[in-house]
Write a protein that binds this ligand. Structure first.
Ligand code: SAM
Ligand code: SF4
Length: 385
């Protein structure tokens, strides 16, 4: 029996097992891992693929992440913010086409007018999308960065029930290298903790292929997701943007392109095998690297896709990385094509459903005493490494 077969016979995976999974290269090994991830998904979740219409409503950002094309120091970006009417119209289209949930994503702003705007938009989307099929309106996920506990609560009370905040890497040294000094890992960890306390379904994730990132760091990322008892995961390959400080690494990143893509799929599979009942997105960045990237992500254990619903005229200005596919895929025709593709993989697309992660339901049933270690103690452990 091969070493990978041995690893895959288990139900609980050690750090070494995860490193072994992430190191797989041979086609046969990759097939075994993808099959095992698929089995776990069927046993612990279902055959359903959930849809979230993605609305990138603003590219204005006050942060300066060294990898992202939207960073505030990038003067070449044509900045925009959709109007409330435009966002609500996109959300309405999403509901009308059977996508039960949306993700509202933007650059990070913390000023009062932005917070009021987001709160108002969430409330209005909820009001306008209640229907016979969606008795509580669209499910709303927010992805608008680090905010104060009070503002997270305002968004929640307005009707947002999921929040995505990627940790980018759980390794303190690497985090420091890819962010300016004022952006801190501890602060992100605290945000995740607050989001969970408020009652959100909480998602996080990392970029794969960052310069200086090792397989053990990625294995630690998976263990980090497990230890903080996360509900949802969104991970994807790091793609170099020419107008960012990290572009200086582009030659080595380009050389490792195939490895980065493969490892991104393996991270999805490893997350599925270790965390089992969480929702995992097959992200746009996978599709940017390979036209079939999204389907491959599904094969490796993902169960969420985020069709692009940003109005077409703005998509070219939301370039976090180059080569982002700008497909118009929220409409009925695209949905039917996607449903057929999924059916050929033995999967069914869930229509008019929120598609909440099973993990959220399980963890909220747990008594307090059995809950995860606090995020702050985890942060401390990581900082002391
Ligand atoms: N501003 C919010 C935030 O940072 O949480 C939400 C929007 S931000 C564009 C969403 C995600 O894009 C980030 O969490 C990061 O992982 C990803 N991202 C940014 N630049 C990227 C790049 N060059 N390659 C791949 N992913 C990137
Ligand atoms: Fe802004 Fe998010 Fe990009 Fe960082 S990753 S620069 S916070 S949009």
């Amino acid at each position: 029996m091969s070493r990978i077969e041995e690893v895959l016979r288990q139900d609980v995976f050690s750090r070494d097992d995860i490193i072994r999974l992430l190191s797989a290269v041979e086609a046969e090994e990759l097939e075994m891992i993808s099959q095992a991830a698929g089995r776990t998904l069927m046993e612990r979740c279902s055959d359903k693929v959930y849809l979230r219409g993605l609305i990138e409503f603003s590219n204005i950002c006050t942060m300066d992440c060294l990898y992202c094309g939207l960073r505030k120091s990038n003067q070449k970006v044509n900045r925009y913010c959709l109007t409330k009417k435009e966002i609500v119209a996109a959300a309405y289209e999403c509901a009308a086409n059977g996508l039960g949930s949306i993700v509202l994503q933007s650059g990070e702003r913390r000023d009062a007018s932005f917070i009021d705007f987001v709160t108002d938009v969430v409330r209005e989307i909820k009001r306008q999308t209640v229907s016979e099929k969606l008795s509580d309106g669209l499910g709303i996920t927010l992805c608008v960065g680090e905010q104060s506990p009070e503002n997270y609560r305002r968004f929640f009370n307005a009707g947002a029930h999921r929040y995505l905040l990627r940790i980018e890497t759980s390794h303190p040294g690497l985090f420091k290298k890819i962010h300016p000094p004022r952006q801190r890992l501890e602060s992100r960890l605290r945000c995740l903790e607050v989001l969970k306390e408020i009652g959100y379904q909480v998602g996080t994730g990392v970029m794969i292929g960052l310069p200086g990132q090792t397989i053990s760091m990625l294995a630690d990322d998976i263990l980090f997701f497990r230890d903080i008892d996360i509900d949802m995961i969104g991970m994807g390959p790091y793609i170099c943007h020419p107008d960012t400080p990290m572009y200086k690494h582009h030659q080595s990143v380009d050389r490792r392109r195939n490895e980065i893509f493969r490892r991104s799929l393996l991270m999805i599979a490893a997350a599925r095998l270790v965390l089992k009942d969480v929702n995992i997105a097959s992200t746009t960045a996978l599709q940017a690297m390979d036209p079939l990237g999204r389907e491959k992500g599904i094969r490796f254990g993902a169960n969420v896709v985020m069709p692009q619903l940003t109005p077409a005229g703005y998509r070219g200005d939301y370039l976090i990385y180059p080569g982002k596919p700008c497909l118009n895929e929220g409409n009925n025709e695209c949905r039917i094509r996607f449903e057929n593709e999924m059916r050929s993989l033995g999967r069914a697309v869930a229509i008019d459903q929120w598609g909440d992660p099973k993990h959220f339901i399980t963890r909220t049933k747990k008594t307090r005493g059995n809950g995860p270690a606090s995020y702050e103690s985890l942060a401390e452990q990581r900082l002391n490494r």
